[in-house]
Every structure is written in structure tokens, then in C-alpha cells.
Design a protein around this ligand. Sequence first.
Ligand SMILES: [Fe+2]
Length: 368
Amino acid sequence: MGKTLIFGGTFDPPHKGHRHLLEEALKQETFDRVLLIPSFIPPHKSHRPALSFEARAGILQDWFKDIKNLEISDIEQSRGGQSYTADTISALSEQYPHEELYLLIGSDMFLSFEAWSRFTFLLKQVVLVVGSRKTGDLEQLRAHRERLLSLYECKGIILCNMEAIECASSDLRARGEGLAERALSHISTHLDVARARHTMQVADYARYLAQKFGADEEKAYLSGLLHDCTKCFSHEWQIDYLKEKGISLSDADLASPQILHQISGAIYAKEELGLEDQEILSAIACHTTGKADMSLLDRILFFADSCEPTRNYQAVEGLRKCGEQNLREGVAALLERTIQYINEKNQPLHPQTEEARVSILKELSKNG
Ligand SMILES: [Fe+2]
């Protein structure tokens, strides 16, 4: 009999807590198949997820591509309506009659398990695999397991003895007084799937770099979420929009249409999405070209945009390694590469990029 591990959730957005939970579960048992099931409308939430199903599934695919035999299932999306786990398990039991089903949940879900729809059916049908979401809650989880085993017919309950990572999608969305929520909803509705996936990777990588180099992690995350907010709008639309907002473009700006979105993106994030933070606005406004005297956050976003984990051009691994050790050197190397690439392609070089290079080389020579 094969073993299938089922991990459902809203994944809105996926975060390192999800990854950690799954990795810990995979240490407990050997599974023949792992099914990740993004929910359509979660029963405990009244709203649809901020990110579209395609965006969430795409991000999950990227994040978990190294895990063997993992599939992203659209079973709840295809069924539509509220996504009750019992309905999903019922359907999967029919689909895979010879599989033993394991259901992975976080400790918060486990402690409120008796509130789930048809929970006694679920307890009979699946082995629960419970991962801790809060430090020091193992005793409480053990007691709850004993309680459930004594009261109901249970197929099995496995508790993962793991270090908890306290991270929730709702926390990520709640940051910036609803700004992240608005950014995610914008990503879902105005960016294509590839751009949405890239955006989520930039946000996560920028946060990682911020943690590493002592910058504000929340600002880095938000700058990543918002940096490409106008990237999927046409150039004509962006030019008209900037004109309407009284922003004049230089000849150099107009000569490099691919950089237009850093200017329109900063204005759009401010005017339409309510971003007021000057540091984040500055980082968005130079994330493609760079500029002289870049701040730490400017550098983090500039670097994260070009070196996020799914970028796969030839030089990227070397750049990543360099920048993760010394951000200033990484940005300098990235600027060199960008200038070389633009020259090879015979494209016009934006003066800000040259200014950024000169400025950072000066800094490097000063700092030995
Ligand atoms: Fe980007």
C-alpha cells in the first residue's frame, strides 16, 4: 500500500513556515507521493484568497520543485465553492483506493480539529501528521492527541518533534496596515503568472537579504511585492499615466522603455496603493537602473530583482554567492554585468546605471 501525504492550505502567499512544516513531515515517514492542495475558498475564511489559484500554484511549484514525487492538485479549485477537507479526502480515497492517506496540519489546526466539518470521518480516514507552529507547544499537543485517541476512532496521529517557525500568511498580509494585502491583490489581478511568481520570489529574497545585512525586513518584503506593479501595463499606458501625474520623462528614460516601469511603478504604488514610505518608493524607482549613492534598501531590491532564486542566466550563481557575502561587491558586479549586457545588445545605457557604477566603485576603493 502506497503512502500519500496531503498538505492543504490557502498558501496566500506560501511562506517559509509551510516549507519547514513539509520538510519536517518528510523526515517522519517515507511517502510515495506528496499532494499540495491550494484551497479555493477556505471554510474558515469568508473571502477568496488575495492571490489567484494559478499564482499560488505557480509559486508552490517553484518553491517545492526539489521535493520528489510532489504534485500540486487543483481538486479544490475544480470543485469550486467552499473547500472542505472532508470532501477532498472523500474524493481522494475514491481516486486512490489503495493508498494510505496522511494529512499534514499545523498545531493551530490540530488544536481546533474538532471544529472541522466531519472531523470524525477525517480521523477515521487519514493519519494526521502534526507540525508545531508555536515554540513550546509540544506538551499541549501530546495531551490533545491523547484526548482525541481516547474519544474517537482514529487511524493515527503523528506529532513531529520540530522547532517551530512562527510565520503566518495573515501576518505577511497584515504588514503595512493592509498595504501587503493590497499589493497581493494587485499582483493577482494585474500581473501575469510569470510576473507574479517572480514578484513573490523577489519579495522573499529581499527579506532574506534584509535579515542578512541588517535592513528592515518588512520594508524589503513590501518593496519586493510592489516593485513590478506596473510591469504588465503597456508602455503607452505608463507614459499617459505619468503625464497625467505631472511627471516628465527625460530623453534617456524614453530611450529605454524597459526601465519605464520603475518610474511608473513608484508613482502607482504611491498614488493607487497608498505606499507612503520614502525608502521603499526610492528602492522601486531605481530597481532596474540603480543610481548614485544607493541606500541599503535600494541595493537589496536592485540585487534581489536580478538574482532571486528562479533567475537562471549564466552568471547568476556567481553573483548570488558574491552578493550574499558582501552586498556592495555583489551590486558592483551586477552593475558591471548589466552594462556589459546592454553594450553587447547595442541598447542605450541609462545614465543612472553608469552613475551607480561609478559611485559604488568609489565606495569600494575607499573601503579597500
Ligand atoms: Fe522585477
